[in-house]
Design a protein around this ligand. Structure first.
Ligand SMILES: Nc1ncnc2c1ncn2[C@@H]1O[C@H](COP(=O)(O)OP(=O)(O)OP(=O)(O)O)[C@@H](O)[C@H]1O
Ligand SMILES: [Mg+2]
Length: 199
């Protein structure tokens, strides 16, 4: 495991050594190898998602199931909420409760048309990554969740996320995305709406 630097990306969650122990491929030593395995797993998850109809997207069960399908071949803890503190994210003991509040809010916003679709998507995306339910993969999982919300519930186009779902690599777009999330942390959601509306 030496040499696997998981702490070199702006806005990414550093992995806990215990969680690195949850890697299903013990021979991995390079970040690029891990990225590759994760990317293949995510593609399988997306294929599963494309076939799956009639899902209750706005439920804790589906949120966990999707994470499992996206990362379950690579990480033992995929689909399970984190139990340790992070530099990003709330107290792990609060995850279920805060997620329930978020899902109830989103259902309310949809039913009452409280905000336009892109604003609902931006607010959902930010709150989901702010909660940071999982040990890792929160950004990729939340970008996919946001697209399912837009396309399957809000009858809207998906977001053109820069670099697809796998935007771990630093780029100008990536720092715009992280900056927009930081504005949302300060209760200004507009930059994130602008970000997902771009193109
Ligand atoms: N200040 C912040 N406020 C809210 N969310 C943030 C902030 N900084 C980063 N994030 C979110 O956390 C994600 C990184 O978390 P994590 O490493 O669990 O996800 P990932 O899918 O592995 O990474 P990536 O998004 O880089 O592909 C970012 O993509 C972003 O969505
Ligand atoms: Mg990460």
């Amino acid at each position: 495991m030496d040499g696997l630097d998981t702490n070199d990306e702006d806005g990414a969650t550093p992995l806990d050594p215990n969680e690195l122990g949850g890697l299903k491929f013990k021979h991995i030593t390079k970040r690029g190898e891990l990225d590759h395995l994760e990317q293949a797993n995510i593609q399988q998850g997306l294929d599963w998602l494309a076939r799956k109809k009639g899902i209750d997207i706005l439920s804790e069960q589906f949120i966990k199931e999707l994470h499992l399908k996206l990362f379950g071949e690579v990480w033992c803890w995929a689909g399970k909420f984190r139990t340790t503190e992070r530099n990003i994210g709330i107290d792990p003991l609060q995850i279920s409760v805060q997620l329930r509040l978020l899902l109830d809010d989103v259902k309310f916003w949809i039913e009452n048309k409280t905000y336009p679709p892109l604003e609902i998507a931006a607010r959902f995306h930010h709150r989901l990554v702010f909660i940071h339910p999982f040990p890792n993969g929160n950004g990729r999982h939340a970008r996919i969740m946001t697209d399912i919300l837009l396309t399957r519930i809000l009858d809207h186009e998906p977001v053109n996320w820069s670099g697809g779902y796998n935007s771990q690599k630093m780029s100008e777009q990536r720092s715009n995305y992280i900056d927009a999330l930081k504005s949302a942390d300060q209760n200004d959601i507009q930059p994130l709406i602008d970000y997902i509306e771009k193109d």
